[in-house]
Design a protein around this ligand. Structure first.
Ligand code: PLP
Length: 397
């Protein structure tokens, strides 16, 4: 499928066929396609200063303004920003920084990172090592050592008492490894690639409390969830936690330019205590990425897209929920405009291609169909998406 252009929640291929975009490509486009303000922001910045390295003591104004803006929007306790070109780089950065901080605090043996089965953190050496999806890891070993996996925060563990089971596992694992050997816990607030899986509501606050007690840093991978997807600037707000680092990308620039960031909290800075962080990639702190991101955040704010995500997310979840009555559907779930349909049996890939033939783009991820349309999608487009998906899921049984 060769794409040619986009507008709002619609894209067209080179044959001129129109599609409702139910996925934002890979989740990256809260403000929708074809926004002239973002083209103008990029053009103006390229005309002024296209790029200059952020190494040493160099910086640029758009990056400084964006860092300030992000820290103003973020949960309490975050104080610095390290810019990247995308998500994997951000998670590599966060993992390295967690290890460096503990080492500088006189605890070099604190280097293990806890991650979860079903989690996705990227394709780099550390970020793939922390990814708990076997099919993505196969063939690339040995991956970076020092990752310990906890179970998937959902699935077999349902209903009342679910969090107790997950918390007991976490406590048991920390005791077995020894808290003095654990640097950080990395997790997505809601599993994305793993099937749009929200944990029980009290999961994150309880995890945070245990990690704090043991001096373990919490890295929240908000590469999918930040900038409106869950109805908040950050999903950390939705779940009521204040992580030590938040990693973002995708929605930061709505994907118009590759851009990401790691928001770094005071605990990390205290541990690191001014240690020099010999780390960075050529295009970090890109002024064009920063200028576009600032304009993108303006649109999200001006158009009230956080509230819109909640409203439309509820509408889509309500429309799709009856699919659970089908024998071949295990669950329909979601938070904001981030939804998943999980199959007990049946072919998610066939649903993806059937929907595409009807002019709707959805994505098969393992045994799930995952949905994350632009937050600007109209009610009418959303209802069409739901209608087509329901028909295709029924047919896949
Ligand atoms: N973390 C999460 C939760 C993601 O969904 C992704 C990409 O989909 C990544 C990390 C990796 O980001 P990137 O592909 O920009 O390196």
């Amino acid at each position: 499928m060769i794409l040619d252009r986009g507008q709002g929640a619609l894209v067209w291929d080179v044959e001129g066929r129109e599609y409702i975009d139910g996925t934002c490509g890979l989740w990256q486009c809260p403000v929708g396609h074809g926004r002239p303000e973002l083209a103008a922001a990029a053009s103006a910045q390229i005309g002024r200063l296209e790029f200059y390295s952020s190494f040493g003591d160099y910086s640029n104004e758009p990056s400084i303004r964006l860092a300030d803006r992000l820290l103003n929007l973020a949960p309490a306790g975050l104080e610095r920003v390290f810019f990247t070109n995308g998500g994997s780089e951000g998670n590599e950065t966060a993992i390295k920084l967690a290890r460096l901080a503990h080492r500088n605090n006189g605890e070099p043996e604190r280097n293990i990172v806890l991650a979860r089965v079903g989690g996705y953190h990227g394709m780099g050496s550390g970020s793939l090592a922390a990814t708990g999806i076997d099919r993505l890891r196969e063939g690339f070993g040995p991956l970076m050592p020092g990752i310990e996996f906890l179970g998937k925060p959902h699935g077999v563990v349902h209903g009342p008492g679910a969090t107790d089971v997950l918390i007991a596992e976490l406590e048991e694992r920390i005791a077995r490894i020894g808290p003095e050997r654990i640097a950080a816990f990395i997790g997505e607030p809601v599993l994305g690639v793993g099937g749009m899986v929200p944990p029980p509501a009290d999961y994150w606050p309880r995890v945070q409390e245990i990690l704090r007690r043991h001096g373990i840093l919490l890295i929240l991978d908000e590469i999918v969830t930040a900038f409106g997807r869950t109805g908040h600037w950050f999903a950390a707000e939705h779940f009521g936690v204040e992580p030590d680092m938040i990693v973002v990308a995708k929605g930061l620039s709505s994907g118009y330019i590759p851009m990401g960031a790691v928001l770094i909290g005071h605990r990390v800075l205290d541990l690191a205590d001014g240690a020099s962080f010999l780390h960075g990639f050529t295009y970090n702190g890109h002024p064009v990425g920063a200028a576009v991101s600032l304009a993108n955040l303006d649109i999200i704010e001006r158009e009230g897209l956080l509230d819109r995500a909640k409203l439309l997310g509820d509408r889509l979840l309500t429309a799709l929920k009856p699919l659970e009555e089908l024998d071949h559907v295990l669950e329909v779930r979601g938070v904001g405009l981030m939804l998943g349909v999980e199959f007990a049996s049946g072919d998610a890939a066939a649903v993806q291609s059937g929907a595409r033939a009807e002019g709707v783009i959805v994505r098969a991820s393992g045994t799930n169909i995952v949905l994350s349309p632009p937050l600007v999608i109209s009610e009418e487009q959303l209802d069409t998406l739901a209608r087509v998906l329901i028909r295709q899921v029924r047919a896949a049984g």
